[in-house]
Design a protein. Sequence first.
Length: 114
Amino acid sequence: MRWELVCQSLYHNSYGLWITWTTISGTLVELVEALALAVLGGLTLRFGLKDARRHGLFTRSFWGTFFAFARYRGKRLLPLGLSITGGILLIGASIIFYGWLRAYYAARLGHPFP
């Protein structure tokens, strides 16, 4: 790890030396990681919603008869978990991308939120 990356996360203000929450951010690896998570999350969410629509999870009849056929209906809830996983991956990718973007501009313009 290069010393510039470690020093990039530190900045100086009137109160002294503070560490931001974007420690060692702004590298190209972080941007690639965020984009990969976004693509993976988008694909997972897309396939999960497509399967959920095919299994009828968005219909009133599915949820109205859920308790009567609970064992059969419970097996059909897997696409719902897949969609939630895709959403979590997209949220994680957006957090990583925001940290990278903040560190990118902090290195060029100074910290936007001192």
